[in-house]
Write a protein that binds this ligand. Sequence first.
Ligand code: HEM
Ligand SMILES: *[C@@H]1O[C@H](CO)[C@@H](O)[C@H](O)[C@H]1NC(C)=O
Length: 444
Amino acid sequence: MKAFISYSAVALLSLTPQDVFAFPSHLSEALIQIRTHNEARAAVEERSSSEAPPECPFSKQKRQLAGVTPPFDAKSQYVSNTGAHKFVPPSGSDQRGPCPGLNAMANHGYMPHSGVGSITDFITGTQEAFGMGVDLATFLAIYGAIFDGDLTKYSIGGPYPSLLNLGGLLGSPQGLSGSHNKYEGDVSPTRGDLYQYGNDYLLQPSQFKALYELGRANGDSVDLSVLTAYRATRFQESVSENPYFFNAPFSGVIASPAAWSFIYRFMGNKSAEHPMGLLDGETLKAFYSVTGDYPNFKYTPGHETFPDNWYKRNAVDYYSIPYLAEDALAMALEHPEFLSVGGNTGTTNSFTGVDLEMLTGGVFNAKNLLEVNNLICFGLEASLQEAPDILSGLYQDIDPAKDKLGAAVSSATNGLGCPVLGSISQSQFSKYPGFTKLKSNGQY
Ligand code: HEM
Ligand SMILES: *[C@@H]1O[C@H](CO)[C@@H](O)[C@H](O)[C@H]1NC(C)=O
């Protein structure tokens, strides 16, 4: 773990509890969850290794102090899985892919059962089924339509033939499963790295089991502390096992933290007792299409479900871009390597980070990336600067796609106070085969 942290982890980790309260409320809540867990675990380890972790005496009180407990309203937060929303497994040409949330939505009629949806389908469906903020849903939906679809719709799984080809596509849109390092990335929670497993959309049983076990050891609760710790393990696995590991500006700095935080933020079951959500092992299994009793799990690809009697986020607490920015930052403060854009250079354990200042012409650096909204600003703005290169492999004329992305990035960054990133120096990426492979065939 040496070469890729180009800045001082020690300085970052010296925050005191007082500093925590200087952060915006969501961030303090996330940090508290991660920190109090670490404190509790350290205390347990001191006493004895066999006892179960105690209920942390601070967390609840601190969260109330930070004023972040959302209200709970059973009627509006209940998510139906019966009637019009009963589970129907995919069949025939139905598409399912790397995203368990979208797979479950398609199986339960919260988006088209075919797994191919329009931008609007993704925006309305993610609000209705999970309580995703319209800002975040809009950006994720448009990004998918541009890079993995035909500018208006896209598949949550593999390729589908575009009938009208209005966007001037050079080939069939590849869908989310074929979006490696554009959308889909390495270091996924349960999906394997593409160049390690040959696919990036199936659940790897060993990874699911490891996550489940961490939740079990945490009192049957998969929370941000568990997810942050396991993300660090997965990051190290990619460094030491995937010679083509690439932590890209968008898929690594935005899509990856989203994939990790979404597990707790969306899948957690909200209730009066746990208005922030509680994600136990059974609920995790349902959303990940895993059946059977531990340790004899069985995974059925594409059969993700909404469990019975499950409650989503409250309408006043939808998960927005600023909220994601705070969670991503909280995770990165614990593990600065998450923000290290770069990768292995063709062999395992060869991780080299790019120099952010050189990449961004001095606009971002390792230190200011951790200030205010810079992390999310960098990921969003870099996606726009990287776009022409990737889009030229997809469209005859890249301008409509580029304009659409430009508009989406500017509305997503609107109000975040982002510094202006005019260009990025792509040559910084030439030493990473994970990146050059992406360029060479346009798809993977
Ligand atoms: C427009 C909306 C969405 C889009 C375009 C989208 C897309 C994606 C993509 C491309 C990935 C793969 C990222 C990776 O390589 O790790 C992913 C992963 C993931 N998504 Fe979504 N997603 C959306 C909404 C949601 C929602 C509402 C949930 C709610 C639970 C969700 C939960 C997840 C999780 C947990 C993962 C990580 C899967 C794993 O490796 O275990 N997503 N999503
Ligand atoms: C969600 O929480 C409520 C209240 O505790 C509980 O009745 C319900 O069974 C839970 N749902 C799931 C899927 O765990």
